[in-house]
Write a protein that binds this ligand. Sequence first.
Ligand code: NAI
Ligand code: MG
Length: 356
Amino acid sequence: MKIALLPGDGIGPEIVAEAVKVLKALALPLEMQEAAVGGAAYAACGHPLPEATLRLAQEADAVLFGAVGDPRYDQLERHLRPEQAILGLRKALGLFANLRPAMCHAPLTHASSLKPELVAGLDILIIRELTGDIYFGQPRGRRSAPDGPFAGSEEAFDTMRYSRPEIERIAHVAFQAAQKRQGRVTSVDKANVLETSQLWRDVVCDVHRQYPGVQLDHMYVDNAAMQLARAPRQFDVIVTGNLFGDILSDEAAMLTGSIGMLPSASLNDKKQGLYEPSHGSAPDIAGQGIANPLATILSAAMMLRFSLNQPEAAARIEAAVQSVLAQGLRTPDIASEGTRKVGTREMGDAVAAALA
Ligand code: NAI
Ligand code: MG
C-alpha cells in the first residue's frame, strides 16, 4: 500500500507528521514517501506542483495531503500560487467527488456555534462536485465592458458550466453513499435562476430512478444555507456543485465546533483518493505547535477505508480519536473549561497511544 505524503505549507507539515505517527502505530505494511507541494515546492524549485510530486501522487494508492497556501506568495501569477497545486492534483488524478463528513463528536457538542440540542448526534455527509462549475468554466477573464450601463469600465467574468456526465457520476456517488447511511439525499442547486442548476436537477432526478430505495429532495442553495444553521440534523447526504459545495461545507464545518476536526476525501472512479483536512494552511498559527491534527488523522482513517481497503484500521483510528476526546484532551481551537489543553504533538501522541 503506497501512500504519497504531501505536507505542503503553514501547519501542513505539523499535522501530517501526527497522522504519519498514528499510521505507523497501526503496524500495517504501508509504504510512505514524501514530496514537496504548494509554496514549499515553489520555494524549492519554482513550481507549486513539480513533475516529481505529481508522479509520486499518480503512482500511489492514496495521497495524504496537508494544506497549501502561503501569504508570501499571494502576489504571484495565478498559475504559480500554492493553491494551484491542489487544483492540479485534482485534475491529474481525475478526482471529481469530494466527501466531507460533518459530525458532531459527543464531547464537543458545546464547541459548536449552535445550541448543543441542535447539533447533538449531527452526522451529515456533504458531497461536492470538484471538476466543473464556475471554477473551471471558460471563457473567463477581464475586459472593458462592451455594453450596458457600465460600458467601457473594467469588468471581470467567469462561466458556470456543467455537463450531463459530470452530474451523473457525482449523483451516483451520492445515492450509493446514502444507501450505506440513512438513505436520504438532498440535492442543492439554484434552479430558480441558473441554467446549470436546471440541468443539474434534471440529471439528478434521472439518476435517482436507479435508486428507488433512496429518498431524494431538492433545495435551493440559499435555503440550504439557512436550514444548515436552523436545523442541521434534517440532512443525511447533501450533493451539490463545486461552488455551492465549497461554501456549504465550510458552513457545516462550523456546526461541528472546529474546522480542525473535519476530514475530507476526494475520489476518482478507481479507488484512488486524496485525503486532506477541510481547513487550509492556517498561517496565523503555523509553527506554534497548537494546530489541531485530528482532521488530518481522521482523513488518514478515511484513506484506510476508501482507498486501502482497511476498514478495521480506519475504525480503530476513529475510536482512538473518540477516546482521546473523552479523556478531555483539547487543542486550543476546541478547548473549553475543565478540559486539558494540549499541543499538536501531544494530541498525536495520545491518539497513537490510544490505538494500543
Ligand atoms: P484556514 O482554514 O487555513 O484557516 C481559517 C481559520 O481556522 C484560521 O483562524 C486558522 O487558524 C483556523 N484553523 C484552520 N485549521 C486549523 C487547525 N487544524 N487547528 C486549529 N485552527 C485551525 O483558512 P484561510 O485562513 O482562509 O486560508 C489560509 C490559507 O490556506 C490560504 O492561503 C488559503 O488559500 C489556503 N487554503 C488551502 C486549502 C487546501 O490546501 N486545500 C483549503 C483552504 C484554504
Ligand atoms: Mg473552502
